[in-house]
Design a binder for this molecule. Structure first.
Ligand code: DX5
Ligand code: ZN
Length: 218
């Protein structure tokens, strides 16, 4: 069964906890938290204080997606705030091996995100050092963008590569994910589906989650 990770980027920030509770009750698996610094990506969003504020109110796995330069500086603050999984962009890590080790040493699960133009080969010599690969299916920075179909062969290549490496690594997809794109990414090998606008801009987020689950079985 696929996991669903609602992205709070599209939640109502004035009613953030209400929106989190709504998706938790609807059976979401992860809470996807998009952190942007205005440098690696044009937008600025959430910091550790917001994660810490939500932590006591939710049992969801906090899936923190760091779209920031120098992510090493912020691993500790996000772990302290209650992040379970920290995903860094390969493009921002001068020493990806060290960064992944650092996330795990501090007690987090480690993820690597790949922009649409970044190939999976950056992971080739890191078997056993990461728990998740986040395939960006849009260019990072904003919610509500159109899915980039050229990312599908990469998901397939990754699934093969991860199978050869062994171990338990999840493939997560992020950007433009909704009922029409879910069958494509699931068939390609994605197991964790991030969805922002498809869930929070829907009239009823619980129905939207159900529709995504149904689409995953098509
Ligand atoms: C984009 C973020 C996504 C975003 C997805 O840079 O990483 O998590 O919230 O939004 P949708 O699902 O609307 O494409
Ligand atoms: Zn994201």
């Amino acid at each position: 069964m696929v996991k669903i990770a609602p992205s709070i980027l599209s939640a109502d920030f004035a009613r953030l906890l209400e929106d989190v509770r709504r998706v938790e009750e609807a059976g979401a698996d992860y809470l996807h938290i998009d952190v942007m610094d205005g440098h690696f990506v044009p937008n600025i969003t959430i910091g550790p204080a917001v994660v810490a504020a939500l932590r006591p109110h939710s049992r969801l796995v906090f899936d923190v997606h760091l779209m920031i330069e120098e992510p090493d500086r912020y691993i500790d603050p996000f772990i302290q705030a209650g992040a379970d999984l920290i995903t860094v962009h390969a493009e921002t890590c001068r020493h990806l091996h060290r960064t992944l080790n650092c996330i795990r040493e501090k007690g987090g699960r480690a993820g690597v995100a790949l922009n649409p133009a970044t190939g999976p080969e950056v992971l080739q010599y890191l078997p056993g050092l990461f728990d998740l690969v986040l395939v960006m299916t849009v260019n990072p920075g904003f919610g509500g963008q159109a899915f980039i179909p050229q990312t599908l062969p990469k998901i397939k290549d990754l699934q093969r590569m991860i199978g050869e490496m062994g171990g338990n690594v999840e493939i997560e997809v992020d950007g433009g994910i909704g009922p029409s794109t879910v069958p494509l990414v699931v068939q390609a090998g994605a197991g964790v589906l991030v969805a922002g606008s498809a869930i929070f801009n829907a009239p009823d987020p619980a129905t939207a989650i159900r529709e995504i689950r149904e689409a995953a079985q098509r």
